[in-house]
Design a protein around this ligand. Structure first.
Ligand SMILES: N[C@@H](CCC(=O)N[C@@H](CS)C(=O)NCC(=O)O)C(=O)O
Length: 223
């Protein structure tokens, strides 16, 4: 197999790349990374300076990449399948990248602050960090609910931005539900219905018990 993905099934950015690969049908090998293992941590640091997942190695072309968005760009260029991950029109592609960045920075990255506060900050820090992050998520949800009023997908045809949105909204929505935002909720249901994301979620199921807020996970996500 020419492509190897280094990551963990529970990791949102790993899932983003897996969704893209399942959409295109590109064959790959999955190398399961255990960040509790010093060997795997060292391996990830050789791929990404901070040791973050996922990583991609293309043996055929001698390429090693970090950053989920860069990987999806690469897969789109070098392993295109029936599903195009970016539009051919450069302006439309810029918009798709813009919304990919939105989901990474304003949704996924903010949701991660709530998780990090629980896992790595003292008890006193968790409440204010979490309250601040929830306020930011509300702003992002409002923007998305408005943006998605008349759109099926985030930026034209299904692609890069929707791959980013799937795990980002999955975890953010568990930590801070969407509330009364019908366009955003409807979009999330469409993402959930895609076989690519269903597959990534099924692969993550055995590890969901590691999620630091188990009681917040809705029953429908546990099977
Ligand atoms: N910007 C990176 C973010 C990667 C990232 O934050 N990965 C998380 C898992 S979802 C990670 O490896 N966290 C462990 C750590 O930071 O040590 C990307 O898009 O790939």
């Amino acid at each position: 197999m020419m492509l190897t993905i280094y990551g963990h099934p529970l990791s949102s950015y790993t899932q983003k790349v897996l969704v893209a690969l399942y959409e295109t049908g590109a064959p790959f090998t999955f190398r399961h990374i255990d960040l509790g293992s010093p060997e795997d941590r060292a391996l990830m640091k050789r791929i990404e300076p901070m040791g973050r997942m996922p990583g991609l190695r293309d043996e055929a072309r001698g390429v090693i990449l970090s950053q989920s968005t860069v990987m999806i760009d690469y897969i789109h260029l070098h392993y295109p399948g029936t599903r195009k991950l970016l539009p051919a029109d450069p302006d439309a592609a810029s918009l798709a990248r813009q919304w990919d960045r939105f989901f990474d920075f304003q949704v996924n990255g903010i949701a991660q602050q709530i998780v990090d506060a629980r896992l790595f900050m003292g008890e006193g820090a968790e409440a204010p960090v979490s309250a601040f992050a929830r306020g930011k998520l509300d702003l992002a949800y409002d923007a998305l609910d408005h943006h998605l009023q008349k759109r099926e997908w985030a930026a034209g045809e299904y692609g890069l931005a929707d791959c980013a949105a799937s795990p980002a909204l999955f975890y953010a929505g568990i930590l801070h539900p969407f509330g009364d935002r019908p366009a955003l909720s409807g979009y999330f249901e469409r993402l959930l219905a895609r076989p690519s994301f269903q597959r990534a979620r099924t692969e993550a199921l055995p590890y969901l018990k590691l999620f630091p807020f188990p009681k917040l996970i809705p029953a429908r996500f546990l099977t």
